[in-house]
Design a binder for this molecule. Structure first.
Ligand code: PEP
Ligand code: MG
Length: 571
C-alpha cells in the first residue's frame, strides 16, 4: 500500500495468456528449439535494456537495478543450461521448457517464509512472461488514453514503466505484498496504491469510476456524490499537508526549546536514492545492504556493490551515510548462504555471525565500502552483535582488508565502526561495548523481539510484540546513558523511531538522532518541532515507571493529544 488517495476511471490491464498444455508434446529437433529459446533470450535482453533506458528517461535511474537483475538472470549460464536441458533431455518445445523451469524457480521463491522472497517470485513470473511474449511475437496493451487507476492481477516493474506516467493515478493489484516491486515502485513514485486486494481486479471493468484510499487500503467502486465530495476534500487537505511537511523538512529540525534533532532515512533499495532530498533526510541512518543481496539471483560482486555504495556516498555529500553490513539470516535468506533449516532462525546464523564465518563474503563487501568511501562520509554499522569478541574479530577483518587495499595502491579513508543495539546483551552491557565502537544504533525491531521473546514475524503473537514495552524503554535508556558517558554517538533506527507515541519519550531519554523510513522523515520532523525537550524528559520518566506497554501507550496518547490536539499527522 502506498499512501494517498486517487479517484478516477479504472483501466483493466490484461496480461497475454498462453495455453502451455498445447506445448506439452515431444519434439524431434531440439537444436532448433534451443535456437528459438536463445534468440528469444537475446531479444528479451535487448527489450529489457531498452525498457531500462526508457525508465531512466522518465524516472532517472531509480528502477534500473530491477531490470539489471532480470538481464543478469537471462545471462546466467547455469539458468540457461537448465532450460536447454529440458529441451534436449525431455525433448520438449522451447515454450514448454521456459514455462517449466521458470515455474519451478517461481515456486521456490513463493514457498519461502519471507514475504520479501515471496514477492521476488513476481519478478521471475514477469521475466517468464516477457520471454514467452517474445517467442510468440506479441506485446500487451499499455495504452492509457486518459488518467486512470490501473487494475491488474499483478503489476511488474516493466509493466509499470510502460504506462504513461502522467496518466497513472493509482494502482490496485490482486497480488503482491508490501515488499513487492509494484508496492515499492508505487511508494517510490508516491502513487496511491492498494496491493493484495483479493480478486478485485477480476470484477472491475475498464471505465468504472473508483476511489483508492492508500491510507486505509480501501477501494470504493461507483461511489455516490457525498463520498466523492468527502474524498475530494480529504485529497486536497492531505496533498497540501504533505507538501507543507516536505517543505518544512528542508529546514533544520529544532524542538520548541531550540534543541537540534537530526532525522535521517532508513533505505533499503537503490531506487530510494532519488527521493532523499525531497523528503528532507539529514543523512542515511541505516542502509540495509541485504536488499541488494536479495534483489538479484546471485550475490552481487565487489564491483556492483562498489557502484551502488559510491552513488549513495556521492549523493549524500557532506551528510552521513550509514551502511549496515549484510544482515542475512532470520527471515532474510539467500540460497548461496542458506544454512540447513534451523529450529530458531532468529536465534541462529544471522547478521555478523554469517559474516564472521564467511570472511570472503564480508571482505568483498568491506572492499567495496572502503573503495566507495572517497568522500569519507560512510560509516559502517555491524548487525546482530551479541558479544564483544565479535567486534574485535570484525575490526581485525576490517583492518586486514584495509591493508590488502593499501598494498594494491588503493588509498582508504578512516571508517567509523558502529554496532546495532538490537540484542539485550548489548543494551545491558552497553558500557563495555561502548569502549570498542564509534557509535550505537538502536534497532528496536529486534531488541523488542529478543527482550520480550516474541518472534517479530509470527502473526499469532503479534499482539505481544510491543516496542513501547517499559522493558524495551529501560534498555533504550541504559544504552543512551552509556553512549553519552563514553562520548560515542547514538541514534535509533527501528520502526519505533517513527511512531508518534514514542517520539516524546525518545527525545526525553536524550536521543537527538533518529533514522526512519524515508517517507516518514517529514512527519517525524513535524512532530519533533512541536515538542519541548523539557516536557519530554518528564513524560519519559513517567513512562519508565509504567508496569505495562498498555499503560505506556495510554499515557503517551494522552500527552500527544494535549500537545497536538486533533492534528491529522499524529495518526
Ligand atoms: C531493527 O532490528 O530494529 C533494525 C532496524 O534492523 P532490521 O529491521 O533490519 O532487523
Ligand atoms: Mg535488526
Amino acid at each position: 500500500m502506498a499512501p494517498g488517495i486517487a479517484m478516477g476511471p479504472a483501466f483493466k490491464f490484461k496480461k497475454i495468456t498462453f495455453d502451455i498444455e498445447e506445448y506439452k508434446f515431444r519434439i524431434t529437433d531440439p537444436e532448433s528449439e534451443i535456437s528459438i529459446f536463445l534468440e528469444a533470450c537475446d531479444k528479451t535482453i535487448e527489450q529489457l535494456k531498452e525498457t531500462k533506458q526508457f525508465s531512466i528517461k522518465i524516472y532517472s535511474d531509480q528502477f534500473s537495478e530491477i531490470f539489471e537483475s532480470q538481464i543478469e538472470l537471462l545471462q546466467d549460464s547455469f539458468f540457461l543450461s537448465e532450460i536447454e536441458a529440458v529441451i534436449k533431455k525431455q525433448k520438449r518445445p522451447a515454450v514448454y521448457a521456459v514455462h517449466q523451469v521458470f515455474k519451478n524457480k517461481k515456486e521456490y521463491f513463493s514457498n519461502l517464509d519471507s514475504p520479501y522472497f515471496r514477492d521476488r517470485a513476481f519478478d521471475i513470473q514477469d521475466l517468464k512472461q516477457r520471454v514467452l511474449n517474445t517467442i510468440f511475437g506479441v506485446a500487451p496493451d499499455y495504452q492509457l488514453n486518459i488518467p486512470s487507476i490501473i487494475f491488474a492481477r499483478e503489476l511488474t516493474p516493466s509493466d509499470t514503466v510502460h504506462f504513461n506516467r502522467n496518466f497513472i493515478l493509482g494502482f490496485v493489484t490482486d497480488q503482491g505484498g508490501k515488499t513487492s516491486h509494484a508496492a515499492i515502485m508505487a511508494n517510490a513514485l508516491q502513487i496511491p496504491s492498494v496491493v493484495n486486494h483479493n480478486q478485485l481486479a477480476e470484477v472491475i471493468n475498464t471505465g468504472d469510476f473508483v476511489i483508492v484510499d492508500g491510507h486505509s487500503g480501501k477501494l470504493i467502486i461507483h461511489p455516490d456524490q457525498v463520498t466523492v465530495d468527502e474524498y475530494k476534500s480529504r485529497m486536497e487537505k492531505s496533498e497540501s499537508l504533505s507538501l507543507q511537511l516536505k517543505q518544512e523538512a528542508q529546514e533544520k529540525c529544532l524542538t520548541l526549546d531550540g534543541e537540534e534533532v537530526r532525522v535521517m532515512a532508513n533505505v533499503e533499495f537503490a531506487e530510494e536514492m532519488h527521493d532523499l532530498e525531497t523528503f528532507g533526510a539529514d543523512g542515511i541512518g541505516l542502509f540495509r545492504t541485504e536488499g541488494l543481496f536479495l534483489e538479484g539471483q546471485k550475490l552481487p560482486g565487489e564491483e556492483k556493490q562498489f557502484e551502488v555504495y559510491k552513488r549513495f556516498s556521492e549523493k549524500m555529500g557532506s551528510k552521513i551515510f550509514t551502511l549496515r553490513t549484510i544482515d542475512l539470516g532470520g527471515d532474510k535468506l539467500i540460497s548461496e548462504y542458506q544454512a540447513a533449516s534451523e529450529q530458531n532462525p532468529f536465534l541462529g546464523w544471522r547478521g555478523i555471525r554469517v559474516c564472521l564465518d564467511e570472511p570472503s563474503l564480508f571482505k568483498t563487501q568491506l572492499r567495496a565500502v572502503m573503495r566507495a568511501n572517497e568522500k569519507g562520509n560512510i560509516r559502517v554499522l555491524l548487525p546482530m552483535i551479541s558479544c564483544v569478541d565479535e567486534i574485535h574479530e570484525s575490526r581485525r577483518i576490517i583492518e586486514e582488508t584495509r591493508k590488502e587495499l593499501q598494498n594494491e595502491g588503493v588509498a582508504t579513508q578512516p571508517l567509523k565502526i558502529g554496532i546495532m543495539v538490537e540484542t539485550p546483551s548489548v543494551a545491558v552491557l552497553a558500557d563495555q561495548y561502548a569502549r570498542y565502537v564509534d557509535f550505537f544504533s538502536i534497532g528496536t525491531n529486534d531488541l523488542t523481539q529478543y527482550t520480550l521473546a516474541v518472534d517479530r514475524t509470527n502473526t499469532k503473537i503479534a499482539r505481544l510484540f510491543n516496542d513501547l514495552h517499559p522493558a524495551v524503554l529501560r534498555l533504550i535508556r541504559q544504552s543512551i546513558e552509556q553512549a553519552k558517558s563514553h562520548g560515542i554517538e547514538i541514534s535509533i533506527c527501528g520502526e519505533l523511531a517513527a511512531d508518534p507515541k514514542a517520539i516524546p519519550a525518545l527525545l526525553g531519554l536524550g536521543l537527538r538522532t533518529f533514522s526512519v523510513s524515508l517517507y516518514m522523515v517529514p512527519k517525524v520532523k513535524r512532530i519533533i518541532r512541536g515538542l519541548a525537550v523539557s516536557d519530554c524528559s518528564e513524560i519519559a520518566s513517567n513512562l519508565l515507571e509504567c508496569p505495562t506497554a498498555k499503560e505506556v501507550i495510554a499515557r503517551s496518547v494522552e500527552f500527544l493529544e494535549r500537545k497536538f490536539s486533533g492534528a491529522e499527522f499524529i495518526n
